[in-house]
Ligand binder design. Structure first.
Ligand code: CMC
Length: 435
């Protein structure tokens, strides 16, 4: 079979190069041979924000953004959301195959038996102010786990890696619930091994004085489904952070904390909290068109809209809308839904959003469900971080075991001064940059 190639003529030298094209991609390093002189460094690519650069090969998650397709290990997200539990999907993402009954039973047992936190964790948590943002508490506490499990630094041992993966998946809901209870001033609740992953999380969040917490099965299933939808999304900002930090061989707790920090930003996972603020600001259906007009005039963004990869309806947003119906049947409808539906209706007919292919993303409806379930908006991104931990860890493992990967280290195009003459302080002019 003949290999696809790309022929490039360098007009600076009139030399022609033939580069191999593999999977629709040329290797950036193949450009380095294009030099204007033996001392020239060679041609580089410039791609701020990685708009058109693949940083890895991966077998975990497939997205076709133009057609609105999302698959984990080849299975459509719609099928997984309907038929699987979150821990089953976690197994799929981490190990590449769906588990059989015995494998799933063992896996659930393992994760369940890693939900307990070291008692010291409470002391870290107690150090935070009562009004600390739960996401900041989560990031800091996950990083602090590195102090409890120093052996996690041995990232080259597969068995040791797996142990830390189980710990992180097991402990994430426990830390999240602790941060929630801390902000309310409630005592922390220990995990209950009789409950499944979502039910146990609900137990740690909401158990008060009753001897045994009983989760509403519809709400527990809805939470589990939302966890499935958020579990992985290939090379987004937080996952790329996980890979970049992990590529320096930092331990998985520190790398996960870094990834969670990236997730917290309002352009990424923090958008779900911003959507609720936006709906509050809009206030009622009648104000929607005025708000959209302001956005089009350049005053702010429609939070929960747009995506770097999806240029079609985010398939997760469709499933979330369906899940919302199940939740609202139990909790009663969130009045913000009407505003959100009107916002979506008007935006999807508006030329500004249509031409830019801006559709609701996963964060648009998730917050409305979470609020109906009783979560404060500050918890929404924490709820995103719990399942995304699985994706981060699957991608971290893949990165560490990929012989092509090295420490992440982009190049730059330096545009600043060179070789300046140094002036002693008394001879320097007033520049005024500190004003
Ligand atoms: N509201 C209004 N205009 C928008 C929006 C929006 N939400 N998103 C993009 N645009 C405009 C943008 O101003 C630009 O217009 P122009 O071509 O006239 O300059 C055009 O659409 C292209 O946008 P971009 O900023 O170049 O796109 P990007 O790929 O760099 O950004 C994004 C993607 C998700 C950061 C952006 O769409 C955004 O800020 N959305 C709101 C925040 C949000 O919902 N984030 C959650 C993302 S999905 C889940 C996750 O990652 O956690």
């Amino acid at each position: 079979m003949t290999q696809d190639t790309l022929k490039i003529t360098d007009s600076r030298t009139n030399l022609t190069y033939t580069l191999p094209v593999d999977k629709g991609t040329v290797r950036a390093l193949d450009l380095r041979q294009m030099k204007t002189s033996p001392n020239d460094f060679g041609l580089m690519t410039y791609d701020p924000a990685f708009m058109n650069t693949a940083s890895c090969q991966s077998t975990i998650t497939f997205i076709d953004g133009d057609r609105g397709i999302l698959e984990y290990r080849g299975y459509p997200i719609e099928v997984l959301a309907e038929h699987c539990t979150f821990l089953e999907v976690a197994y799929l993402l981490l190990f590449g195959e769906l588990p059989n009954e015995t494998e799933l039973k063992d896996w659930v047992y393992e994760i369940t038996h890693h939900t307990m936190l070291h008692e010291n964790t409470k002391k870290f948590m107690e150090g935070f102010r009562h009004d600390a943002h739960p996401m900041a508490m989560l990031v800091s506490t996950v990083a602090a786990l590195a102090t409890i499990y120093p052996e996690a630094r041995n990232i080259h041992d597969p068995a040791n890696r797996l142990l830390q993966i189980k710990r992180l998946i097991g402990k994430m809901p426990s830390i999240a619930a602790m941060s929630y209870r801390h902000s309310l001033g409630f005592p922390y609740v220990y995990p209950d091994n009789d409950l499944n992953y979502a039910e146990n999380f609900m137990n740690m969040l909401w158990k008060m004085v009753e001897p045994k917490y009983v989760a509403n099965p519809v709400l527990a299933r809805a939470l589990d489904t939302l966890f499935i939808l958020h579990a992985d999304h290939e090379q987004n900002c937080s996952t790329s952070t996980m890979r970049a930090v992990g590529s320096s061989h930092a331990d998985p707790y520190l790398a996960t904390a870094a990834a969670a920090a990236a997730l917290s930003g309002p352009l990424h996972g923090g958008a779900n909290e911003e959507v609720l603020k936006m709906l509050d600001e809009i206030g009622s259906k009648q104000n929607v068109s005025g708000y959209i007009k302001k956005v089009k005039e350049g005053h702010g963004k429609l939070m929960g809209f747009g995506h770097r990869v999806y240029k079609n309806y985010d398939p997760r947003a469709k499933i979330i809308k369906w899940t919302a119906e199940q939740v609202f049947a139990i909790t009663g409808c969130n009045p913000k839904l009407d505003i959100a539906l009107e916002l979506e209706r008007i935006a999807l007919e508006d030329d500004y959003f249509v031409t830019r292919k801006l559709y609701p993303n996963v964060d648009f409806y998730s917050g409305i469900i979470y609020q109906a379930m009783g979560f404060k908006p500050e918890m929404f991104t924490v709820l995103f971080a719990i399942p995304r931990t699985v994706g981060w860890l699957a991608q971290w493992q893949e990165m560490l075991t990929d012989p092509e990967q090295k420490i992440a280290r982009p190049r730059q195009i330096y545009t600043g001064h060179r070789s300046r003459r140094f002036l002693p302080i008394e001879k320097r002019a007033l520049v005024g940059i500190a004003d």
